[in-house]
Write a protein that binds this ligand. Structure first.
Ligand code: AMP
Length: 307
């Protein structure tokens, strides 16, 4: 089942205790698309400026990602984000966000992008997420991510966007901020109650501590894959989402979403994210192989097994 994703396509400037990059390929939609491309055909929707290089588009094409709905805006500037991490990589400060071509962007989705059965609304202005959601009314599985900036600046629109999806994937701190509930479970339950046919699945990303899955009846949690060397966590959340949603797109078929499928999707998201953080930006994931992913999923199975 093919996947359409809308979200930031960016240049990132990132400083971590292990090095820095002044201008590297990034963006939520990019990290998501690269990860999901290991499972299904992915189509990226979003604008870039005329400063966006052909080499960067080639990174996506190199993984088979369809970039025909990446619109180049003449005279515009590509989304830019600058962030810096603290010494243990757990804290991150955003130093600059320049929306550039995303300001006033009107997405015009091609017929194939509108025909995708799986949609991921990656982190970007929630008005834009809603507009794209509206263009895929019949999608079978729709998931959404967001962040503190949009919770603070565009909460009403974000809540409406959330009410239109099946699955919400957020950092645990953002889930608390969004709902005003200090407890993760009550925060997740609150979001599960939104909308007439709103979300049935909440994934709370917990950085180096892993991720938790909350549904009306069930709870499941996985630690992050244990790594001794983490270089740059940028995009880990989007890469997790790419593995999670990609796995679901590849396995949903004609049936229903099962608990087993969701748990396996969590494991694949966790494995993908663990590769992403080993190097800067997209550097590690572009060299990744299916065999490496399968091996890490198997190791995760081992480290979480008990009787
Ligand atoms: P993550 O580390 O998974 O939270 O995602 C990092 C990516 O999100 C970076 O590549 C940024 O380009 C992108 N990003 C940062 N801030 C925003 C924002 N306000 N809206 C959309 N994307 C953003």
């Amino acid at each position: 089942m093919s996947i359409t994703v809308v979200g930031s396509i960016a240049y990132d400037a990132v400083k971590t205790p292990f090095g820095e990059r002044e201008r590297m390929l990034g963006g939520a939609a990019v990290h998501f698309a690269l990860a999901a491309s290991f499972f299904e055909q992915v189509r990226v929707v979003g604008p870039v400026g005329d400063d966006f290089g052909e080499a960067e588009l080639q990174v996506l094409r190199g993984r088979g990602v369809d970039v025909s709905d990446v619109e180049r805006i003449a005279g515009g500037k590509t989304f830019f984000w600058r962030g810096e991490y603290g010494w243990d990589l757990n804290s991150r400060e955003t130093l600059d966000t320049q929306l550039g071509v995303f300001e006033g962007f009107q997405p015009k989705l091609s017929v194939p992008s509108r025909a995708s059965e799986v949609l991921f609304l990656a982190n970007i202005q929630p008005d834009l997420q809603r507009e794209v959601r509206g263009q895929l009314p019949d999608a079978r599985f729709v998931a959404l991510d967001s962040m503190n900036l949009w919770i603070e600046d565009a909460r009403d629109s974000l809540v409406q966007a959330i009410e239109s999806v099946d699955c919400v994937i957020l950092n645990d701190a953002e889930l608390r901020q969004l709902t005003g509930k200090p407890n993760l479970f009550t925060a997740a339950r609150e979001v599960l109650s939104w909308g007439v046919s709103g979300p049935q699945i909440i994934v709370a990303k917990q950085g180096e501590y892993g991720a938790a899955l909350v549904t009306a009846e069930r709870f499941f949690s996985l630690p992050a894959f244990p790594l001794e060397s983490v270089v740059d966590p940028t995009g880990a959340g989007d890469t997790f989402a790419g593995g999670f949603v990609g796995y679901i797109a590849a396995h949903l078929g004609a049936g229903e979403l099962s608990e087993e499928m969701l748990r396996a999707a969590m494991a694949h998201g966790t494995a993908l994210a663990s590769f992403n953080v080993e190097e800067f930006g997209t550097e590690r994931v572009v060299r990744l192989t299916d065999e490496e992913i399968a091996a890490r999923v198997q190791e995760l199975r081992e480290i979480t097994r008990f009787s």
